[in-house]
Design a protein around this ligand. Sequence first.
Ligand SMILES: [Zn+2]
Length: 360
Amino acid sequence: MASDSLRLISGAGAKGPACFVLETAGKRIMLDLGEGPPPGALPDVDGLGPLDALVLSHGHKDHIGGLALLQKLGNPPVYATDIVARDLPQGIEVRPLPVGGTGDLLGINVTTGRNGHAPGGVWLHFKIGGGFLYTGDWSTESILYAYDPPAKPAAVALVDCSYGTYEKTLGECWGAIAPYVDRGPLLLPAPANGRGPELALEILRYGHTDIFLDDATTKALRQLVSDNASLRAEADDDMKALMVSAKPIVRPRGIMVAASADGTSGATKQFLEQWEHNTEPAIVFTGYRAPNTPADRLIKSGRAQFLRWNVHPRLSDVVALAQAVKPKTIIAAFCDRAQLLGLAEALAPARVTMDGPVVL
Ligand SMILES: [Zn+2]
């Protein structure tokens, strides 16, 4: 029997665009095809040749931003959940992926569940060999996005370990951000299809009603309420209340949430250009800080702060996942190689690696 394998094209050994290729039963299935961080960084797909399918775990740029490369890969069909498919470029042959449940993907039994990280975001379990799990990005802590813990055994697990051995709770994150919310005015740059609506929800629950959102975050909020498949049930009513009370950003006041997360595009880019040399509003970045971005520059100059808002798993979350699915091999993705030793110690007896190809 030919052995199944996983090629780590990009996303293991360093923070970078997600791109992996699963080779099983004569089929070649790409898992995610991202761009960045940093902006413009694309996976090297030269020489890969035609693929049978691309599967998208969620709609963030570092997982779907490389779709222009599909031409080089024989334009395979793209599997995505409805919510992720909605924002894909025209002309792509999209096939449905459930937000949760078990189905068939090119003859392979695949189970998905919500990843607690983004609208329409899923992890995937492939029933091949001793089982293979791809988490994509995931979080157990989101107050907005529902998380369905994977439970099926997986001999090999490709796991988002973006935060390495980091262990602070979301409550501690909020404890650091709340004083800035109390002081105001404050700009919180965040992705509209991720942390943005979640931060707005936390601010509302904290008791603040002077919340201002850019167009992209407002649109995302509306979509989350109209298609609530990815939401935690208890967030539904508060999200509706937020939609009623949040106002557009016209000048620096109150608590403002705007895309993009690092200021390279969207309303945040314009606001930073207008407000960079003013003393107000305070600016707090909460996500990954890629080099050569406005976020990086403003944090270095002292004009803005970095205070993380967890959207990836803590070490204890990764340990709990490993205890549930019992992998023999864990491929630690989306973090630096410097985290390998700490992860390996915490996840023993599983073997932790960042090098491929991995036999499944
Ligand atoms: Zn993501």
